[in-house]
Design a protein around this ligand. Structure first.
Ligand code: NAD
Length: 480
């Protein structure tokens, strides 16, 4: 693959007026340079926002169907470049190629879904006190939307924010994570030229500068953010202080509960997928497994055996199940948390020292005898690490599952409908799954969390309309 040089995009074109160049290396080998991106200045962010503002009147006045047609074209172009984008994402952030392909296909599906929104009905007709009055609601775009994204879904997350924003008539300035700048730029370079200039803009660079400048810009009407809780809190403060709409999707500490009557094989397979795919770097990754007494011994033995077999390796090898972590910082953080688990007295059943490979590889790790107050039971790890906790019965399991500050996704494995319903009712999670892994919620369904996982508005599916539009209530009284 040739070295990619990525710029910001303003008004439908590459903008080469940025500042320093940042070299991008692959997490599979930190000595392997794969490209570079040019950091934007605050002045460049300002120009991107102005370009989006200028493009707004014509874009929002366009018929939703014609906006949808352009999004269909974007989907087709992305589909043609699926393999290239998947390989770039795998190389840039370490996601195994099979998963990266799936993510690229999802990006296409998201664009098609929101293209279809252009021809779906919106609004309500509401009875009025006066029989001759027509009262109804319409949805109007919010305006210029700032989109700030993390590195862990470098294809899907930028698209699941930008696609609905554009479909509903907004214009966009996107600020992707530093660690996925090349992938984001390649996607924008394919899509932005299909749209009127200024409708979709990209600014590359550091969060604390470029992201902060975008969040604070007085001409940005809404900010949609996915990332860590600390940054989310800062964004909420800045955006609300200037009266801008904002949306936050943040961390998770997602539990799986395995009931005594669970299908053992299914529970093990889905727990492993949920915990270990993307090397655990998913906000919806399974991080805790809470197991009831009668199945405990068999479940833990089967889980351990399954995890021991996982292929750790190069993200571009077809056979790899667990690739490297995205960065040195992420590697150090996960290693520190694994160490804290050992220090606190949890029993490591699989795991141990990283392989002597060049990249940021952490071996898939299973802890048993995890206690609820341990750091590994409370903090988001964002690595291939899962902890097993023991519960007396289903109510105790639900209480343990709820005993964290997050509430993103949660699963139960059971064949008993009463246990399933009890779990669905009692669990504090925005996404509840029965006999399914905690990750993998589909794009056409609402996505988001409770508690500190989210600002409670929902992304994806039709739910996205609530953030990316405002409601206008109209009453028309016939004259005469
Ligand atoms: P991060 O918070 O460090 O960065 C996210 C984005 O915010 C990046 O683009 C970054 O440059 C930008 N940013 C950083 N500081 C900023 C500031 N002061 N102002 C404005 N923007 C700023 O998160 P990350 O390390 O990229 O991603 C990992 C985190 O994302 C994890 O905590 C994970 O749980 C979370 N995540 C959540 C979801 C979800 O939907 N709930 C999905 C994926 C990832």
């Amino acid at each position: 693959m040739s070295m990619q040089r990525a710029h910001s995009w303003i008004g439908g074109r590459e903008d080469q007026s940025g500042r320093d160049w940042v070299t991008v290396c692959s997490p599979r080998d930190p000595a392997e340079g794969i490209g570079a991106y040019q950091e934007a200045s605050a002045e460049l962010v300002d120009r991107a926002v102005r370009a989006a503002r200028e493009a707004l009147p014509a874009w929002s006045a366009r018929s939703p169907i014609s906006r949808g047609e352009l999004l269909y074209q974007a989907a087709e172009v992305l589909a043609e470049h699926n393999e290239e984008i998947a390989a770039l994402a795998a190389l840039e952030m370490g996601k195994p190629i099979g998963e990266a392909r799936g993510e690229a296909r999802r990006g296409v599906a998201i664009l098609r879904y929101y293209a279809g929104e252009g021809s779906r009905a919106v609004g309500d007709v509401i009875p009025a006190a006066d029989a001759g009055t027509l009262q109804y609601t319409v949805r109007v775009p919010v305006g210029v939307v700032g989109v700030i994204t993390p590195w862990n879904f470098p294809i899907a997350i930028p698209l699941w924010k930008a696609a609905p924003a554009l479909a509903y008539g907004n214009t966009v300035v996107m600020k992707p994570a530093e660690l996925s700048s090349l992938t984001a730029e390649r996607i924008i370079s394919l899509i932005a030229p299909l749209l009127p200039p200024g409708v979709l803009n990209l600014v590359l660079g550091r969060g604390a500068e470029v992201g902060a400048a975008l969040t604070a810009h007085p001409e940005v009407d809404a900010v949609s953010f996915t990332g860590s809780s600390g940054v989310g809190a800062q964004i909420a403060q800045t955006a609300s202080a200037r009266g801008s709409k904002f949306q936050l999707e943040m961390g998770g500490k997602n539990p799986v509960v395995v009931a005594d009557d669970a299908d053992l094989e299914l529970a093990v397979e889905k727990t492993v997928n949920g915990a270990m795919r993307s090397a655990g770097q998913k906000c919806t990754a399974t991080s805790r497994v809470i197991v009831l007494p009668a199945i405990r011994e068999r479940f833990v033995a089967a889980l351990t055996e399954h995890v021991r077999q996982l292929a750790v390796g190069d993200p571009l090898d077809e056979g790899t199940y667990v690739g490297p972590l995205v960065s040195k910082a992420q590697y150090d953080k996960v290693r520190r948390l694994v160490h804290s688990g050992v220090q606190a007295g949890a029993r490591m059943l699989v795991g141990g020292e990283p392989p002597r490979a060049k990249g940021y590889y952490v071996p898939p790790t299973v802890f048993d005898a995890v206690e609820p107050e341990m750091e590994i039971a409370q903090e988001e790890i964002f690595g291939p690490v899962v902890g097993v906790l023991a519960a007396r019965d289903i109510d105790h399991a639900i209480a343990l599952a709820n005993g964290v500050r997050y509430g993103l996704s949660a699963s139960v494995f059971t064949r008993d409908i009463s246990t399933a319903l009890r779990f669905v009712r009692g669990i504090d999670a925005g996404m509840v799954r029965v006999n399914e892994e905690t990750a993998g919620v589909e794009y056409q369904a609402p996505f988001g969390g409770l508690k500190q996982s989210s600002s409670h508005s929902r992304e994806q599916g039709r739910a996205a309309i609530d953030f990316y539009t405002n409601i206008k209530t109209v009453a028309i009284r016939a004259g005469g």
